[in-house]
Design a protein around this ligand. Structure first.
Ligand SMILES: [Zn+2]
Length: 392
């Protein structure tokens, strides 16, 4: 059994790192705060007689002996801007608590959020060899710093990034505990749930090219309004998503040119994000949206370019790992489909992996208001321990 007090003690000197006055946590990858979190990791490793090691992707490891490969538990220590205290941190703390009772490795994956360079699950993708290294290293943050320079500043040699997959040999399997970022676990009236699969997810990039014109003097039939077309496509993509297929749909970003109050917009670019439990639902949404978008573009007299910016058919966690995790879970042994991306989902492409989500009463995450009961988290951590005693 892992006690809530153990998790509280582990988190006591982690939560203050990067904690802002608004209660939000900001620990962006390769920053001073990220380094302080790594120092926390090293202290916690030392406390259980281990030495922190850094792999070529900057992932932090605390391994139990010199033999390996090991089963591992962990999560991430970076955050979004003004994010929650428990997102990632709770999973690493839980892994250290488990490691006091079982010979498993503890891992903190680098830059899971990708908040600084738009490189989500950077460390786990590098580990399994699914990172486009050249593209990643050239990315720049808001201050024009390249990821390569940021890594070097943090003491991780960027040229070594390609060697990260060599460390995969040390890993037999991986389990991750994470705070639920929905109310799904809470609505099932249990402290924690086992994730069956990560949802399929597609991001479409839609470009609309019209013609800039005077907002007052251009008659309706002579307009080629890119933004008006974009708005119609959003509405249709949303109704197709929410009403017919029941998937989760977001237009989170829209760029408009010239973006002037008195000019008919000449250009609009937007990203449409859709997620569903199974890939077929997302693909049929894409087909429907593409057909609707063509119709809208033709009516509006604008040029359409619609492409898939990213696509993941989702990840099914292997049955034996799910069974081991379920064994440690108190009734009603909830099984959850997770709509967010996680390192465990990336690792699952290369090694057996699984996930436990801990109840989040409000479902709020990536926010200072994110909160969790450490009693619930202790149930989740005990579930990991029970599973790892069987798997490792
Ligand atoms: Zn997270």
């Amino acid at each position: 059994m892992i006690a809530a007090a153990k998790l509280e003690e582990l988190l006591s000197d982690l939560i203050p790192i990067g904690l802002g006055e608004d209660g939000g946590t900001t620990r962006l990858a390769w920053t001073r705060e990220d380094e302080e979190a790594a120092a926390w990791f090293a202290r916690r490793a030392a406390a259980i007689g281990r030495t922190m090691e850094r792999d070529p992707a900057g992932n932090l490891w605390a391994v139990p002996d010199t033999t390996g490969p090991w089963w591992a538990a962990g999560s991430h220590l970076d955050s979004v801007r003004a994010g929650g205290r428990f997102d990632g941190a709770l999973g690493v703390a839980a892994a250290f608590a488990v490691a006091e009772h079982a010979p498993i490795a503890v891992i903190s994956f680098a830059d899971e959020e990708g908040a600084r360079f738009n490189t989500p699950t950077f460390g786990s993708r590098a580990l399994v060899g699914r990172l486009d290294v050249d593209d990643a290293l050239d990315r720049v943050d808001d201050h024009g710093v390249t990821l390569a320079d940021a890594m070097a500043d943090a003491g991780v040699e960027p040229d070594g990034l390609r060697d990260a997959p060599q460390w995969l040999e040390k890993l037999r399997g991986f389990v991750e505990l994470h705070i639920d970022q929905t109310r799904d676990v809470a609505s099932g009236y249990s402290a924690a749930g086992v994730v069956t699969r990560l949802a399929a997810r597609m991001r479409l990039q839609v470009d609309l090219a019209g013609r800039a014109d005077h907002a007052g003097t251009t008659p309706r039939e002579e307009r080629h309004d890119a933004l008006a077309a974009a708005a119609r496509i959003i509405v249709r993509a949303d109704s197709e998503a929410a009403q017919r297929l029941g998937l989760v749909f977001t237009t989170g970003r829209l760029e408009v040119e010239p973006n002037a109050p008195t000019t008919v917009p000449s250009r609009a670019r937007m990203w449409l994000d859709a997620r569903a439990p199974d890939p077929e639902t997302v693909e049929s949404w894409r087909d429907a949206v593409a057909a609707e978008a063509e119709r809208v573009a033709e009516e509006a007299g604008v040029k359409l370019d619609l492409r898939i910016a990213s696509w993941s058919p989702g990840t099914e966690f292997p049955e034996d790992v799910r069974t081991a995790l379920r064994a440690g879970l108190p009734a009603p042994k909830q099984q959850i489909i997770c709509y967010a991306g996680h390192d465990a989902g990336i690792v699952a492409g290369a090694r057996p992996a699984g996930m436990v989500l801990v109840r989040n009463e409000t479902g709020i995450s990536h926010s200072p208001e994110e909160d969790v009961s450490l009693d619930d988290a202790a149930v989740g951590a005990t579930t990991l321990l029970t599973a790892l005693e069987q798997l490792a």
